[in-house]
Structures are given as structure tokens and as C-alpha cells.
Design a binder for this molecule. Structure first.
Ligand code: NAP
Ligand code: MG
Length: 502
């Protein structure tokens, strides 16, 4: 089902792609130290969109030094919190001005439909920066009453200061390139930190465009540094002795490496890793809404969501009916380039991901799982990294496809009979990122919400995100929470001050 009405990138986007793209280090646009660049591909046809600098350890080191200088002696910490908030708000205004450029870059680079980038990625980004712009003036310590038994009669005044952590390294993936950068940058800057950000090698474009806007908004030199590069640049950031904290979103495998690399200087770490999140449907749910909802839970962003509802657990009474509806939805999804107006689902981000997901589909088929929809690559779209939306029915617990994160448009379905059983099944993976429950029974909703070991439980919805709502994992899905007030915990440290009043 190839789409036909392909939108040309705008003049501004073409100009951006044709420009000499640079790193942002110490407020300057610079080439990588070795002068090397690498190709950025359009996953709908694997043609080269542009080239970007290949930052390596030396560039990371330059960026960390500039962030350190900005943090210790630059104007950043001398700004009032109101001035800091105003700068972040200004950045949000500039993103809003350039929203169409960001939406097109995101679609071209990642493969997602332009309509989705316009409706979700970019508006969420703008909202998110505004939330943290507002929060800059609301971060505060507390006063405490203390009783000191070994100092009878003494009077004390105890207060806390909530201070920034310092220089923060941030490493992000390719599934929501702009939004992942935003989730990391917004809170870090609001709390007064200086940052070195490394975008994913597959999708560096929106981060480099964002770099333009940090300069235009007037952020002091060195407060935000952006270094495109490969995993070795990420590793250099995670290891760097002068980085106080590293924040990572990506695979559990690299998450382990980040923790090991952090040991050198015992830097703080926060991790947002993979998931194998269950969507749980009870027979009393509105089945039409539930079918649409659980299909969206897995197929949104082509299943390339850490919170994707990739395991469908359906009560036996309605299993056949619901799974059939989801399979029908999957069959009707129109595949095509993100820039085509009639595309529902674009290509995966890269050939590597396409091969990886195909490997899982083949392993499912080989182990006897039945594909009720999809089950491979679509016909006639070989130039791009496409995978047909796939639904596997009655999957066995020992199969790889029900245990491991596939990170593609592949749903595995299995039935259940009662509440305790479905909570146990919901928890039966090493992950614990998200989940959804579909029921009209408030009691069941509460019981499942309490029983699941997951950082987010959605009831009668899935993939609902807001800057005010904390997000993060249980178990091997990571630690620390992004967004909301909770994210401040990861980007501030508490100093206690005790004054004796004589
Ligand atoms: P990944 O390797 O974990 O990449 C995430 C980020 O970490 C990228 O910026 C990557 O740089 C960087 N990186 C790679 N090796 C590193 C190292 N040793 N030290 C520090 N940073 C390093 O993920 P991927 O290879 O792109 O995708 C593989 C699988 O990870 C996916 O199929 C999916 O299962 C999972 N994943 C999960 C999420 C999520 O949101 N939870 C997001 C993406 C992927 P490069 O891009 O240059 O390698
Ligand atoms: Mg990797």
C-alpha cells in the first residue's frame, strides 16, 4: 500500500539540510575535532538527507570543559531564576515559530508521519519547555524543626537548599528525537545545570536545529552543548570524570554499560530503558474502544515506543473477538513515507532496526506462533525500512517474542481467566515501564493498578504523556523519573544548613 502524495520538504528545511551542520560547543558552531562527518539517511528510501559532524571523545571533552566553565564561572548561575525561566520560555517560543521545520525534520529523519510529528512531537516539546520554564521560579528548599537531645536548651535554625547537580551528560535514542532531547534538557536547565547532549546517530537533525535556537534565544555560552556522534561519544560522556550526572534513554544493554562507566567518579545516573508493557483487556470493557486503544498502544510510532503496549492480555471470554478486531485494524494501516499525507505508519528508523524486528518475527513464526496480521515486510516498499503491522495470537510464555523488547510494530496476544493470573502475567518479564488496563469496573482497575510492577498504569487509555506526569521504570526498565516535579530529584541535590542561634 504505497502512498502517493509525497510532500516536498519546505524551503527552510531544504536550506537546513544543505547547510554545513555543526556541533554546538561553548556557544560556537564547530566541526568535530577530527573534521569527520557521517551520513544521515531517510528511512523511507535510504537516501542521504545530509551529513553531520562525527563527534568523538575529544569533542565530548571540549563540551564538558565548556559546560564546567559555564557552570562554575559563567553567567548562568548568576541569572535570577526568573531570568532562567524566561530564557527557557523564549526557546519554547522559537520552537513554536519553527514548528513546521521541526515537524518535517523529525518526519524525514525518523520516518514518522508528518501529521503525527505536527500533532504530537512538536506541541509536546513546546509544552514541556514551558512547563519547566515556569518551574524554574518554584524550586525551593524547606525549613525544618530539629531537636538535638545532646544540646539541651540550644536553639537551631535548619534549612535546606536545593542546588543543581552541575554538569550533566544526556544520551538519547532515535524514537522521539526532539521530544527525548526536550525531556532531558527542560528540567536540567530549569534546575540550573549545564548540559552536554548526545543525540542518536540515526536521528541527530532536530537536536542540531535546536542548537540554533539555543544560540538565538541567548543562552550563555557553554550552558548547552550538543555533540552528534556514535556510541563511542556516548561512552566518553558516561565515563567522563568531570560529568556529575548522566541521564540515559535507550536499550537495557547500553544501560548496563552506562552504570559501569559511571563508577569511575561515582557520578549520578538515571536510566530510562526498555519495556514489554502489557495491555490488559477485561470482558466488561467497551470492546470497540479497547480494540482501538490496544492497537494504538502498539502501533503508535511503529511500536518504537519504550512504553508500547507490546503484550496483549485478553480475558478468554472475549479473546477471539478482541484479537480479531486488533488484527483487522493492523491490516488496514496504510504504510508509506512519513512525508506522504495518506500514511498511517512510516518505515522503522533504519535497516538495522528493520532486520532486528524481522528477526523477532521470524523467531515467532519458527517457534509456532500464528501471525493473524502482518508477519514480515510489506510488498513493494523494499527501498524503505518497512515492517507490516503484525499481530501474533496465542503466544506461549517461553517464546522470545513474549519476553524480549522487539521495538517494532509487533503485538503478541495471550488469554487469561482471572485477575490474580493476569497480574502475575502482566509482571512476568524483566521490565516494568508501563501498562494499560481496559475495564469499566473501577474495582478491577484499582486492583490491577496496585498489582502491576510498572512505572505507569493507564486505565482505558495508553501512551498519554504530559509534562506534569512523572514517567519512568520499575525493575530493569530503569530508575529515576522524568517529567513533573519528580524529575527535579534527578537534577538537584539537597544541602542542609544548620545555624545555632546564640
Ligand atoms: P542504544 O544503543 O541503547 O542507543 C541509545 C543511545 O545510546 C544512542 O544515543 C547511542 O548512540 C548511545 N550509545 C550506544 N552505545 C553507547 C555506550 N556504550 N555508551 C553510551 N552511549 C551509548 O539503542 P539502539 O542500538 O539505537 O537500539 C537498540 C534497541 O534498544 C532497540 O531495538 C530497543 O529495543 C532499545 N531502545 C529502547 C529505547 C527506549 O526508549 N527505551 C530507545 C531506543 C532503543 P548511537 O546512536 O550512536 O549508537
Ligand atoms: Mg546501539
Amino acid at each position: 500500500m504505497a502512498s502517493t502524495t509525497l510532500q516536498e520538504p519546505s524551503t527552510e528545511v531544504k536550506a537546513f539540510l544543505n547547510s554545513d551542520l555543526k556541533l554546538l560547543i561553548n556557544g560556537q558552531r564547530v566541526s568535530s575535532a577530527n573534521g569527520e562527518t557521517f551520513e544521515v539517511l531517510d528511512p523511507s528510501n535510504n537516501l542521504v538527507l545530509t551529513r553531520v559532524p562525527k563527534g568523538e571523545a575529544e569533542d565530548i571533552d571540549r563540551a564538558v570543559k565548556s559546560a564546567r566553565k559555564a557552570f562554575e564561572t559563567g553567567p548562568w548561575r548568576k541569572l535570577t531564576v526568573s531570568e532562567r525561566g524566561k530564557l527557557i520560555w523564549k526557546l519554547a517560543d522559537l520552537i513554536e515559530r519553527d514548528q513546521e521545520i521541526f515537524a518535517q525534520l523529525e518526519s524525514l529523519d525518523n520516518g514518522k508521519p508528518l501529521a503525527i510529528a505536527r500533532a504530537a512531537d512538536v506541541p509536546l516539546t513546546i509544552d514541556h519547555f514551558r512547563y519547566y520554564a515556569g518551574l524554574a521560579t518554584k524550586i525551593h528548599g524547606e525549613t525544618l524543626d530539629i531537636s538535638v537531645p545532646y544540646a539541651p536548651g540550644a536553639e537551631f535554625f535548619d534549612f535546606t537548599l536545593r542546588e543543581p547537580v552541575g554538569v550533566v551528560g544526556q544520551i538519547i535514542p532515535w524514537n522521539f528525537p526532539l521530544l527525548m532531547a526536550t525531556w532531558k534538557l527542560g528540567v536540567a536547565l530549569s534546575a540550573g545545570n549545564c548540559v552536554v547532549l548526545k543525540p542518536a546517530e540515526q536521528t541527530p537533525l532536530s537536536a542540531l536545529k535546536l542548537a540554533d535556537l539555543f544560540v538565538e534565544a541567548g543562552f550563555p555560552d557553554g550552558v548547552v552543548n550538543i555533540v552528534s556522534g556514535f556510541g563511542d561519544a556516548g561512552a566518553a560522556l558516561a565515563e567522563h570524570d568531570d560529568v556529575d550526572k548522566v541521564a540515559f534513554t535507550g536499550s537495557t544493554e547500553v544501560g548496563h554499560k552506562i552504570v559501569q562507566a559511571s563508577a569511575g567518579n561515582l557520578k549520578r545516573v538515571s536510566l530510562e530503558l526498555g519495556g514489554k508493557s502489557p495491555s490488559i483487556v477485561f470482558p466488561d470493557a467497551d470492546l470497540e474502544i479497547a480494540a482501538q486503544g490496544v492497537a494504538n498502544a502498539i502501533f503508535f510510532n511503529h511500536g518504537q515506543c519504550c512504553a508500547a503496549g507490546s503484550r496483549l492480555l485478553v480475558h478468554n471470554k472475549v479473546f477471539e473477538e478482541l484479537v480479531e478486531r486488533v488484527a483487522d485494524t493492523a491490516k488496514n494501516i496504510r504504510l508509506g513515507p512519513g512525508m506522504a499525507s495518506d500514511t498511517d505508519m512510516g518505515p522503522l528508523v533504519s535497516r538495522e532496526q528493520q532486520e532486528r524486528v524481522l528477526g523477532y518475527i521470524n523467531s515467532g513464526l519458527a517457534s509456532g506462533a500464528q501471525a493473524l496480521a502482518g508477519g514480515g515486510k510489506p510488498e513493494g516498499l523494499d527501498a524503505g525500512c518497512y515492517i507490516s503491522p503484525t499481530v501474533f495470537g496465542k503466544v506461549k510464555p517461553e517464546m522470545k517474542i513474549i519476553q524480549e523488547e522487539i521495538f517494532g510494530p509487533v503485538l503478541v496476544a495471550s488469554p487469561f481467566d482471572d485477575l490474580d493470573e493476569v497480574i502475575a502475567k502482566g509482571n512476568a518479564t524483566e521490565f516494568g515501564l508501563a501498562s494499560s488496563v481496559w475495564t469499566k469496573d473501577i474495582n478491577k482497575a484499582h486492583k490491577v493498578a496496585k498489582g502491576l510492577k510498572a512505572g505507569t498504569v493507564w486505565v482505558n487509555c495508553h501512551n498519554i504523556f504530559d509534562a506534569n506526569a512523572p514517567f519512568g521504570g520499575y525493575k530493569k526498565s530503569g530508575y529515576g523519573r522524568e517529567m513533573g516535579l519528580h524529575a527535579l530529584e534527578m537534577y538537584t541535590q539537597v544541602k542542609n544548613v544548620i545555624i545555632q542561634i546564640h
